[in-house]
Design a binder for this molecule. Structure first.
Ligand SMILES: [Zn+2]
Length: 533
């Protein structure tokens, strides 16, 4: 079955899967090896996100790159041409920091539901999914799902999940776990007790996850779920992920954010070897050595001595150290000396002040200005800190909003998007999704544009952005964070990465932004998702 068929069955149900789009018939490659073909798109609203924010109607792709972008192109007659009938096109979305590698390593038949917003819709999706899951095997959702995404503001309960004829295990970002009766029977046979509503008693959810990992994970299931995760997000328009690592666990862990950080990339490496990657993956390495360890920097030291930053190919490539560098100032010093990129995340104002102070200390000894160091998910961030970070050449990543709660008395939880947009500091978009929140970019964009979380509460004060600014952060601005100039905008010579959207996100009512999907996603000239009518 072609990629378009699989995509539409997941999103839209069985019947739609049988129709192939006319213009692109034959372009839907088998998932085994999407092949780059020459392709022209006409009669579109193409937001190029070039430095002038030009909007054009036509483009031509040859050998995986954009070769012409404009309005009155002379298109070669032997190239497949698709009339997009005025649809909106954007560069492929770059998520400059998420945890897609964790999502690809979940046990069971991992099923992403970030595009549904009611419990009945979630149950309908799970029922559709069960048709391709062998009898008695687990359907799982571990991490990127949130009670806040549903109008009911809760997770489905045991009775609702019993409508699906497979054991189910859900554990949600920011708390909450559920199973159904089939799952309950399986878990309780192993001594893991389940409450009548399908939630777990005490620490049961973590033990349940650990048990599923022990019993269900194999190299093949990891590879299946890695491919499914990348494919799922192509349907939402993501063409490049920068993975920011996991907490290292040598053995199956109870933690949603834990994996074996030395082997968790294997399924993605296997897909890359088989030429089956439907999106680009950039890998950073997370380290947590304690400061003043003896011997010093027990894991970071060998990493810096024995591996390569920015090594790989256009589909899969290593990056730097992050989203934890570990080892305190000593760790930062070693990374600067080795000439690598470094990233740490901030959770509050105190945290981000410490990060900047430590970097100033290191920079006084070894200049870091050219190494593109990053601080991710910055919180409240006053002008003074923006000035100091910018003076060090540090860029900041923003996003990670839709499932956050407001501060005390409805206070903004940051970051101050609008202030930073007018500041020379480098700023890019990330979801930080996969373990603590969702990856769906449209949920994040909704928050950046409206200032509201998914429960409709204001969390950004007056610091929300325009739609154009928001899309810009997730495309052109992220070139700097990925450290590649030839993605992130639709310009001649760049990799042909784009998404044809199912609605005009620049004009639809704000509430409709959340449900945006891609109808056609192209990565390096390969059609990786096709749901054009
Ligand atoms: Zn993260």
């Amino acid at each position: 079955m072609g990629i378009s068929g699989i995509s539409r069955r997941h999103f839209l149900g069985g019947a739609a899967a049988l129709t192939l789009s006319r213009g692109l018939r034959g372009l839907s490659q088998s998932p085994q090896a999407p092949v780059s073909e020459d392709l022209a798109l006409i009669n579109a609203r193409i937001h190029t996100m070039d430095s002038t924010n030009r909007v054009v109607s036509q483009l031509l792709i040859r050998n995986g790159r954009f070769t012409a972008v404009g309005n009155n192109l002379t298109l070669p007659s032997n190239v497949r041409t698709t009339n997009l009938q005025g649809r909106t096109v954007i560069p492929g979305i770059i998520d400059a920091h998420n945890h897609i590698v964790l999502v690809g390593n979940r046990p069971g038949w991992h099923t992403l539901l970030e595009h549904v917003f009611t419990i009945p819709d979630a149950i309908a999706e799970l029922k559709t999914r069960s048709a391709e899951v062998p009898r008695d095997e687990f359907i799982t959702i571990v991490g990127p799902i949130s009670a806040m995404q549903f109008t009911e503001r809760r997770l489905p309960n045991l009775t609702e999940l019993d409508a699906v004829d497979r054991p189910i295990f859900i554990t949600a970002a920011q708390g909450g776990s559920r199973t159904n009766s089939k799952g309950k029977a399986w878990f309780e046979a192993k001594g893991i007790m389940v409450n009548p509503d399908g939630s777990f008693a005490g620490q049961g959810a973590g033990v349940a996850l650990q048990t599923l990992r022990k019993e269900l994970l194999t190299p093949e299931t990891r590879k299946r779920n890695a491919l499914a995760a990348l494919q799922y997000y192509t349907r939402l328009g993501i063409t490049t992920h920068r993975d920011s690592g996991a907490f290292h666990s040598e053995t199956p862990s109870t933690g949603v954010a834990n994996e074996n950080t030395y082997t968790m990339h294997d399924p993605f490496m296997a897909l890359n070897r088989e030429n089956r990657m439907p999106a680009r993956l950039r890998i950073d390495f997370l380290h947590q050595d304690p400061p003043n360890a003896n011997p010093p920097l027990p894991t970071l030291g060998p990493r810096l001595r024995n591996s390569f930053p920015f090594f790989g190919n256009d589909w899969l490539k290593t990056g730097g150290i992050g989203e934890f560098t570990g080892g305190g100032v000593e760790g930062l010093r070693a990374i600067a000396k080795a000439g690598w990129r470094a990233e740490d995340h901030a959770l509050n104002l105190n945290g981000v002040e410490t990060l900047i102070r430590d970097r100033e200390t290191v920079n006084a000894e070894i200049p870091i200005g050219q190494l593109r160091w990053i601080i991710s998910h910055i919180p409240a961030f006053p002008l003074e800190l923006a000035n100091r970070a910018n003076a060090l050449g540090i860029g900041v990543l923003v996003g990670w909003g839709p499932t956050r709660n407001p501060g005390q008395n409805g206070a903004s939880v940051g970051p101050p998007y609008k202030m930073l947009m007018g500041h020379p500091i480098k700023m890019g978009y990330h979801s930080d999704g996969g373990d603590i929140t969702v990856i769906n970019p449209w949920l994040n964009f909704y928050t950046m544009i409206t200032g509201k979380n998914l429960a409709g509460q204001q969390i950004l004060g007056d610091q929300n952005l325009t739609r154009q600014e928001t899309l810009q952060l997730a495309t052109r601005a992220n070139k700097w964070f990925i450290w590649e100039d030839d993605i992130g905008s639709i310009e001649v010579g760049n990799h042909a990465d784009l998404a044809v959207l199912d609605r005009d996100v620049l004009t639809v009512p704000e509430e409709d932004i959340k449900g945006t999907r891609s109808l056609l996603t192209v990565v390096g000239g390969k059609v990786v998702h096709n749901a054009l009518p």
